[in-house]
Design a protein around this ligand. Structure first.
Ligand SMILES: [Cu+2]
Length: 114
């Protein structure tokens, strides 16, 4: 979780991961003032929402396939979001929920297109 990198300000690095069921991902508080929380509507059925506190380093083990959207609570409107796809199925922009903040939606669409 960073304030800035080559991709812009308020970013997760990397902003996209494709992992397998049973893999774990750690969210590192490399810079203070960030967290990792599930975006409403972007938690696969049967999965537990992610709910990290500010400055908290959490490790999440993914037991359910699907697309996970993650946001930083204070910087959501600035587009601090990331995607984790668990398993082989590839998501598209159609899988994004309605009503996302504009900058978050733009970044999530860009991650899905890569
Ligand atoms: Cu943040």
């Amino acid at each position: 979780m960073l304030n800035r990198n080559a991709n812009g300000s308020m970013v997760y690095d990397p902003p996209y991961l494709n992992v397998q069921v049973g893999d774990s991902v750690s969210f590192l508080a490399t810079r203070p003032g960030h967290n990792a929380v599930s975006i409403d509507g972007m938690v696969p059925h049967g999965a537990t929402p992610i709910n990290g506190k500010l400055n908290e380093e959490i490790t999440v083990t993914f037991e359910v396939e699907g697309l996970y959207g993650i946001k930083c609570t204070p910087h959501y409107a600035m587009g601090m979001v990331m995607l984790i796809e668990v398993g082989e199925q590839k998501a598209s922009a159609d899988d994004l929920p309605q009503g996302l903040p504009k900058r978050a939606e733009e970044r999530l669409q860009a991650y899905l297109e890569r």
